[in-house]
Ligand binder design. Structure first.
Ligand code: NAD
Ligand code: WQD
Length: 338
């Protein structure tokens, strides 16, 4: 298939380019490089033997999207482009609404004007809000809630896509709800390269391990979980990338708008992830226990059965592989792509 990948230079997008090339797809990346480096795509080329075509532009710029879709026929769009930091979305809600919502509306409108109806959308487990324990593991039918502007953009775009596909049966949309993507390609050439001090656990851990940060603070050890630390569903980014390839294979057969969890289906605690990381590096990770972080849930993990049923996909890599690969990327690239 000939695929348009918005945000394809980013963390998940660059890994997905490798998996999509391996499956024989052709790729054009549309990315404004607001949170990524073209170096990531050069390195995709080193790994895959092929560099994706890069169009530097904004999904919200109608002239760019229109001329791209006028000039080339695509079979499907994988739409990663967007801002993704929860905390930043609270301080800059307008930027999140404009970039994620307005940008996506332009993309969707140009897609339908060009008769391009196959879409794979990066949604997030954030649409489940703060899950109640009785709803775990989370099925796609669990109640939805947005707790911050970032989460609102994902939930609102899901609603837009549900309404559009209810009104027009031509659409085939897969709403992929990612849980906690971590890790890196096993080559160590590409990985997560957050700007500034990371908010997410794994990049914080790797930056402590490489000496860029002093120590990890574990946000609370008094949660109602077996070891007192929070539980999440971490998913290796290469498993996630392969999930997109599985979605590409099925999108044309799945009419309407279908939410699908992409997670491992099992929960891992912060303390367990730190222990896996220490095993991967062979040395202790400086850490201390701090207070709970506002807004955190005690536990959040997927029921991953729909992905297996509809896409024939499930995760293959465990937390040891996630930690080993995250560490290889960080130790080979202590300053990321810089
Ligand atoms: P990322 O920031 O690494 O990648 C996003 C890419 O989109 C970047 O290359 C950025 O330059 C580009 N971009 C942003 N706005 C754009 C615009 N208006 N036009 C063109 N390009 C634009 O993020 P990621 O971790 O790879 O996440 C990809 C998608 O997955 C996002 O939509 C994110 O919300 C979603 N997601 C991520 C996670 C996670 O933890 N990483 C979890 C759930 C969902
Ligand atoms: C994981 C666990 C923290 C940092 C976020 C978004 C979600 C999705 C994935 C985009 C939690 C603990 C963290 C630290 C810690 N992204 N932690 N010390 O909050 O589960 O999900 O990323 O869609 O929408 O909300 O991920 O990596 O921030 O935290 O103890 O320095 O690690 O309390 O239990 P989270 P996270």
């Amino acid at each position: 298939m000939n695929i348009l990948v918005t945000g394809g230079a980013g963390y998940i997008g660059s890994h997905t380019c490798i998996a999509a090339f391996a499956a024989g797809h052709e790729i054009t990346v549309l990315d404004n490089l607001s949170n990524s480096s073209p170096e990531a795509l050069r390195r995709v080329g080193k790994i895959a033997g092929k560099v994706p075509r890069l169009v530097v532009g904004d999904i919200g710029d109608r002239s760019v999207v229109k001329s791209l879709l006028d000039s080339e026929k695509f079979d499907a769009v994988i739409h990663f482009a967007g801002y993704k930091a929860v905390g930043e979305s609270v301080s800059k809600p307008w930027e999140y609404y404009v970039n994620n919502i307005s940008g996506t509306l332009v993309l969707l409108d140009e897609m339908r004007r060009h008769g391009l109806y196959n879409l794979i959308f990066s949604s997030s487990a954030t649409v489940y809000g703060n899950p109640l324990p009785e709803n775990l593991p989370l099925k796609e039918s669990a109640p939805l809630a947005a707790l911050n502007p970032y989460g609102q953009t994902k939930l609102w775009l899901e609603d837009v896509m549900r309404a559009m596909s209810a009104a027009d049966p031509a659409w085939h949309i897969l709403l992929l709800r990612y849980f906690n993507p971590v890790g890196a390609h096993e080559s160590g050439l590409i990985g997560e390269d957050p700007a500034g001090i990371p908010n997410n656990l794994m990049p914080y851990i790797t930056q402590v391990a490489v000496g860029r940060l002093k120590e990890l603070t574990i946000f609370g050890d008094d949660w109602p979980t077996p070891d007192g630390t929070c539980i999440r569903d971490y998913i290796h980014v290469c498993d996630l990338a392969e999930g997109h390839v599985a979605a590409l294979a099925k999108v044309a057969e799945l009419p309407g708008c279908t939410p699908i969890n992409l997670g491992s289906g099992s929960g891992v605690s912060v303390a367990q992830l730190v222990a896996s990381f220490e095993k991967a590096t062979g040395r202790p990770l400086p850490h201390k226990i701090g207070p709970r972080r506002a807004g955190d849930a005690a536990a959040c993990y997927a029921d991953a059965s729909r992905a297996l049923e509809l896409l024939g996909w499930k995760t293959k890599r465990d937390s040891d592989a996630m930690c080993r690969d995250a560490w290889r990327w960080q130790s080979m690239n202590p300053k990321g792509y810089k």
